[in-house]
Design a protein around this ligand. Structure first.
Ligand code: BEZ
Length: 211
């Protein structure tokens, strides 16, 4: 099944290192990241899951839960988690889904046989409180992901869900934003009383709105 941005994230119930998880219930009113890795006890995946564990406090601050998934069994996940803590210096405290029957993998189109015969590739889905898919990225098996980028996108998604702004290239938290084209100059006077800079009529820069 192919998933598009704005679709409702397919719901599932599956075993995990934290017991049975129903995705939509587990997400609750917050945000979530669902990310797949090809295989337990593999080198790139070990670095990725360890780094994600180190970043977890940042995701917590933003109300974002983390959920990993691969086609391995819970016992394998649990054994591998010890290696991750030992080698990467961070204990993985977020759950890992065990998907040996590839139910979640198929639901989320995580198996790309041209890349990896029967394992999940490196996908990331960001899911909002409305359970809609807000971001999807897919990396090849040979390339570890940049999870700082996922954090950056979440900052943008959370900001732009609250204010009528978009974020420019390479934006990071605290930098100027763009007033969305659907907001007229007249409306912008109320929404952004501190003013903005018009570079072109369609490119208006405004300091990042504060919450
Ligand atoms: C890795 O995590 O190192 C890896 C996993 C599957 C294929 C290639 C690399």
């Amino acid at each position: 099944m192919s998933i598009r941005l704005g679709d409702t994230a397919p719901d599932f119930t599956a075993d995990s290192t934290a017991g049975t998880i129903n995705l939509h219930e587990w997400i609750g009113d917050g945000w979530a990241i669902l990310f797949s890795h090809p295989k337990d006890f593999t080198p790139v995946c070990t670095t990725e899951l360890g780094y994600m564990a180190g970043l977890k406090p940042e995701f917590d601050k933003r109300g974002v839960k983390i959920l990993g998934v691969s086609v391995d069994a819970v016992d394998d996940h649990n054994a591998w988690l010890k290696d991750i803590e030992e080698t990467q210096g961070h204990a993985v405290t977020y759950p890992l889904i065990a998907d040996p029957e590839r139910k979640v993998a198929e639901l989320y189109d995580m198996i790309h046989p041209g890349e990896l015969e029967s394992f999940t590739v490196r996908t990331v889905f960001v899911i909002g409180p409305d359970k809609k898919v807000k971001l999807m990225i897919t990396y090849p098996a040979s390339t570890g992901r940049n999870f700082d980028e996922i954090l950056r996108v979440i900052d943008s998604l959370q900001l732009t869900s609250r204010h009528q702004v978009a974020t420019p290239v390479n934006w990071t938290k605290g930098e100027d934003c763009i007033i969305v084209p659907t907001v007229s100059d007249e409306e912008a006077k109320n929404k952004f009383p501190g003013g903005w800079k018009t570079v072109k009529p369609y490119l208006r820069l405004v300091p990042q709105p504060q919450d």
